[in-house]
Write a protein that binds this ligand. Structure first.
Ligand code: TYM
Length: 329
């Protein structure tokens, strides 16, 4: 059986260079090794308050981003999570096999909920990893390309698969998180000790930023004392982050990037990083605009939903059968 590769991205906030380097850029290569399922995690986007029009626009943008990153919708299954009702149905079953204790230990939940009043924390935010586990197991996916921050959720999915299969037999496929050697955690340009996330306009490079803004953000990125362009996460987090961005975009190792910049001053180094980021973003943004204009994403999502439904419904049936839900056709 062909290997199944799956990942999802939430259409919240604006996508960043972190999302691009961590996963998006590399997804088109996965078709060489198996069946690819990539989706827009729009149900997950509802776990924090979001304006309906913003969610709709973000979802369209994200579909265009996937395609602009070189995905061929005939070769990969690209879909909206909410178009495949099996996600929600399986969620209703699987929520009984993950427990309050383990869900409350999730870093992402702790981070997000710590900034909120308890009365405003939705059940969906707490149960986020249950739905994510369903996303994964529905497609029998074994390889899950993600950034570092999602490893914990995939690990919890593995726990669920173990628990479920121990009880009911060999029903679910065991997934594994796959993170990039270079670029699994791109940091903020304004504070390189925190992750680049969708919510810090100064430290983030957004995929829709114009090239001038991107260049400006890189040129004013926080660097470190000293003057050597060396990778040293602890003492030179700013330079290390820029080296990572450069190496990831050029598809070279950190060591190779360091060698290229031996003897460079910080200013010239930053200029070289900005050149590489802008060159890649220019091509990417042009494709994005073209796809948005032609609405090529609509057909891709329609076809993708049909294919995804067919696979997901099979797994759902298998699970329903395993747990004892009557199946009357
Ligand atoms: P999301 O939308 O927060 O991020 C999408 C992907 O981008 C990665 N990422 C990063 N990688 C490197 N550096 C960064 N600074 C950076 N920021 C984000 C994330 O790790 C992720 O891979 N829960 C998921 C969406 C999801 C999903 C799934 C993923 C829902 N169901 C099933 C895989 C499988 C999320 O919120 O990603």
């Amino acid at each position: 059986m062909a290997e199944k590769i799956l990942t999802g991205i939430k259409p919240t906030g604006q996508l960043t260079l972190g999302n691009y380097i961590g996963v998006l850029k590399h997804l088109h290569k996965e078709v060489e090794r198996g069946d690819c399922y990539y989706f827009i995690a729009d149900l997950h986007a509802l776990t924090l308050p979001i304006d309906p029009e913003v969610l709709r626009q973000n979802s369209i943008d994200l579909a265009c981003f996937y395609l602009a990153a070189g995905l061929d919708p005939k070769k990969v299954t690209l879909f909206l999570q909410s178009s495949v009702s099996a996600h929600a149905e399986l969620n209703a079953i699987m929520q009984n096999y993950l427990y309050m204790g383990e869900l409350s230990r999730m870093t992402q939940f702790k981070d997000k909920s710590s900034k909120m009043k308890e009365s405003a924390i939705g059940l969906g935010l707490f149960a986020y990893p249950v739905l994510m586990a369903c996303d994964i197991v529905l497609y029998d996916a074994s390889a899950i390309p993600v950034g570092e921050d999602q490893i914990q959720h995939v690990e919890l999915t593995r726990d669920l698969v173990n628990r479920f299969n121990n009880r009911y037999g060999d029903i679910l496929v065991m997934p594994k998180a796959e993170v990039r050697k270079v670029g699994a955690r791109i940091m903020s340009l304004s504070d390189p000790t925190v992750k680049m996330s969708k919510s810090d306009p100064k430290g983030d490079i957004f995929l829709k930023d114009d090239l001038k803004t991107i260049r400006k953000k890189i040129m004013s990125a926080v660097t470190d004392s000293g003057c050597e362009v060396k990778f040293d996460q602890e003492n030179k987090p700013g330079i290390s982050n820029l080296l990572t961005i450069y190496a990831a975009l050029k598809d070279i190792s950190i060591e190779e990037a360091e060698k290229e910049f031996e003897g460079y001053r910080y200013g010239d180094f930053k200029k070289a990083v900005a050149d590489v980021v802008c060159a890649e973003m220019e091509i990417f943004q042009n494709k994005y605009r073209e796809i948005l204009e032609t609405k090529a994403y609509e057909e891709a999502l329609r076809e993708g939903a049909k294919r995804a439904q067919a696979i997901a419904n099979q797994t759902l049936k298998r699970v329903k059968n395993a747990v004892g839900l009557l199946d009357i056709e």
